[in-house]
Design a binder for this molecule. Sequence first.
Ligand SMILES: [Cu+2]
Length: 214
Amino acid sequence: MKWGLGIGLGALTLGLVGAYLIGANGMLAWARGSTWGAARAGYYNGWSMMGPAPYATGTVTSASGMRLGDTVPTDASVDRRTRTITFHTQAVHLTVVMSPMNEPDLTFRIAGLVNPAVVVPSGAKVVVTVVNADADMWHNWALTPAQPPFPYMAMMASGMMFGGIASVPLPPATSTKMPVNSVSFTAPGVGTYTYLCDTPGHAEKGMYGVFKVT
Ligand SMILES: [Cu+2]
């Protein structure tokens, strides 16, 4: 693992499978649930019926989690002035750290930038590794065609993304470990999309960024 992640391939693989499996059930759960709690319970119940665990995550140490938020991905260029990360190949590996303590609350940190624009080529195979650095909140990373501003229930407003391009929500970090999982997908057609956290209120308060397919 070129990032020196302290997690096994097994955990990552589980995360990927989970991300795929959660799609259809996640949508049903959202349709059923009248509250976030009910929706989330449905989310996990659906997963439990199909998978080996309520959710599949690994952890990284807090130190490596923070480093991952500053890591510039391979085959990408970073423009710090425009806060844009542009990938140049069909193999996109993006690492996202959510709400690190040294940043404004409810933000994504990618390659040392806060909520940067991410640009990928059409048809790229995208793997997003997601780390929750927040000590007291759940977060996830999801892709949607919807545009800001977002309401409190961003997920409801935008539909269930593209049939579930969303990482399974990650629990808060502890004092020494940060939960991590991943989501993989093929980049959708050329256009401008939004990545966001679908925990209610988070996208509304600014936890999102531009995801552009060129
Ligand atoms: Cu969030």
